[in-house]
Design a protein around this ligand. Structure first.
Ligand code: NAD
Length: 478
């Protein structure tokens, strides 16, 4: 018996949760349930996180959380409960299988069967944003080595235990050489430990286009948070319907399982919604807690029900479907099929006692880190980079001098183009005149001289070399 936490959520949530629990209990799931309230009611009671602190205690104690979709009220500073839960519980891996159910559910991609494994905690989703000048705001993209190692190892382990043949990595490391570059580099390192699994890397733009056009050439896809967020909805949609896909959020301690869709408030309370997305989440949960026999039984009965043409309104199609049913009737049809297998769709057989070998991150030996320069970001309202350079050169010291100015990343001094559009946000790079090493007090000195010269420095970014390799971007055009 496994104790799990359940939240019935908002909108169609309670109906699809009831259907899902009815099916898995009828299949023999050995679960005990602690129910908690999350979502709209909690938000509107004045709790901007959408969840009470006692509920966190229950989730953390049980470690397994099955969650129906919730409604996030518009405006009012309400925080997304999904993002909070993933981060608080360290649920670093988001797993979304997207498989077409051709010819029973309409799709242009009959052979599609992919799993998207999305990094869930880092990237632009750290939510660290600042306005720095009148015209410019920034969002910090943070990528860590432990974050990359954990998600990429998860993807290869997943492929290994679920018999998948290939892992594809999507990044944009031709542009973001440090952040996406690290993800790609770690991918290459870990891929080498799994010679039996094919691996490849695609630049995300053309990779996404390929996935939308020919998804059958992909198997497992591992990618960063933002790309994975967008890509996984596209994948679910082109497989047939967002209403059919479930998702698992896995951490070292806890896990959360859900449907990928929202609370569909307009469909609520009418016995209309398709419970399949949440049911898919529940099947991943059963596998996660070791109840693979039950997971298999439910999935095969569900495939058989889809194959029989018993469809909810969202996937019902005249000529293909046999019967349009409501949420409850769909659940009853799946229950009636428990113990049966699909004929045309591929029946599933889940490996028993699967254990993903996910060792804890081991800190790497520190590299030799040398300060070799500094970027002062300056708020300046002028438009002529030469004039700014002249101003900045007044704070040059005997052994530190201005070497470059960029505007939104593009080099505008020295030798800029007059065509380059400039905003009020300038990156001004100072480097030693002789040798390469700089000291922190050199930066303090520069800042103090900038203050005296009434230069509005809005941010300082140190330039480092790690083991002798420059670890910062050049100016575009440099
Ligand atoms: P949605 O996914 O709720 O609905 C999009 C469309 O898909 C609607 O036309 C809806 O009728 C249909 N649909 C969705 N699930 C269905 C199902 N199971 N069966 C049949 N049809 C289904 O997206 P939305 O309208 O953008 O968002 C509604 C609310 O859900 C918002 O408050 C949003 O914040 C929330 N939301 C929650 C989650 C979550 O809790 N994980 C995820 C996304 C959106």
């Amino acid at each position: 018996m496994t104790r799990i936490t359940v939240a019935k959520g908002d909108g169609i949530g309670p109906e699809i949760m009831e259907a899902t629990l009815d099916i898995i209990k009828a299949a023999g799931a050995q679960i005990e349930i602690d129910e908690i309230e999350v979502g709209e009611k909690v938000y509107l009671s004045g709790n901007t996180s959408g969840i009470a602190s006692e509920s966190w205690d229950i989730i953390r104690k049980n470690k397994v959380f099955l969650k129906a979709p919730i409604t996030t009220p518009q405006g009012g500073g309400y925080k997304s409960l999904n993002v909070t839960t993933r981060k608080f519980l360290g649920l670093y891996s988001n797993v979304r299988p997207c498989m077409s159910l051709h010819p029973f559910v309409e799709t242009k991609h009959p052979e599609m069967d992919i799993v998207i494994i999305r990094e869930n905690e880092e990237d632009l989703y750290a939510g660290i944003e600042h306005q720095q000048t009148d015209e410019v705001v920034q969002c910090l993209k943070l990528i860590s080595r432990p974050g990359c190692e954990k998600i990429i190892r998860y993807a290869f382990e997943y492929a290994k235990v679920y018999g998948r043949k290939k892992v594809t990595c999507f990044t944009k490391d031709n542009i973001m050489k440090q952040t996406d570059g690290l993800f790609h580099q770690v991918f290459d390192e870990i891929a080498a430990e799994y010679p039996e699994i094919e691996n490849e890397h695609w630049i995300i733009d053309i990779g996404a286009a390929k996935m939308a056009d020919t998804p059958e050439v992909f198997d497992v896809i591992v990618t960063l948070n933002l790309y994975g967020d967008v890509l996984s909805d596209v994948a679910a949609q082109i497989a047939g319907s967002v209403g059919l896909a479930g998702s698992a959020n896995i951490g070292e301690e806890c896990a959360m399982f859900e449907a990928i869709h929202g609370s569909a408030p307009r469909r609520a309370g009418q016995n209309l919604a398709n419970p399949s997305g949440l049911l898919q989440g529940a099947i991943m949960m059963l596998n996660h807690i070791g109840q693979t026999d039950v997971a298999e039984k439910v999935q095969n009965a569900w495939l058989k029900t889809i194959e029989e043409g018993t469809h909810t309104y969202d996937i019902y199609k005249e000529g293909v479907s046999k019967q349009k049913v409501g949420t409850k009737e769909f659940a009853q049809a799946v229950i009636a099929n428990l113990g049966q297998k699909p004929k045309l769709l591929k029946e599933v057989s889940y490996a028993k006692d699967v254990v993903l070998n996910l060792p804890k991150y081991v800190k790497k030996p520190a590299k030799k880190k040398e300060l070799v320069g500094v970027d002062l970001f300056v708020h300046w309202d002028g438009t002529n980079p030469d004039a700014l350079a002249a101003l900045l050169q007044t704070i040059n010291t005997e052994n530190k001098h201005l070497t470059m100015i960029t505007n939104r990343g593009i080099k505008v001094w020295p030798d800029g183009f007059k065509e380059t559009y400039c905003t009020d946000h300038w990156r001004c790079r100072f480097k030693p005149t002789q040798g390469k090493v700089m000291y922190k007090n050199n930066i303090i000195n520069l800042l103090s001289r900038a203050l005296d010269a009434k230069i509005d420095v809005i941010k300082v970014e140190n330039l480092y070399e790690f083991d002798g390799k420059p670890a910062y971007s050049l100016g575009q055009g440099q």
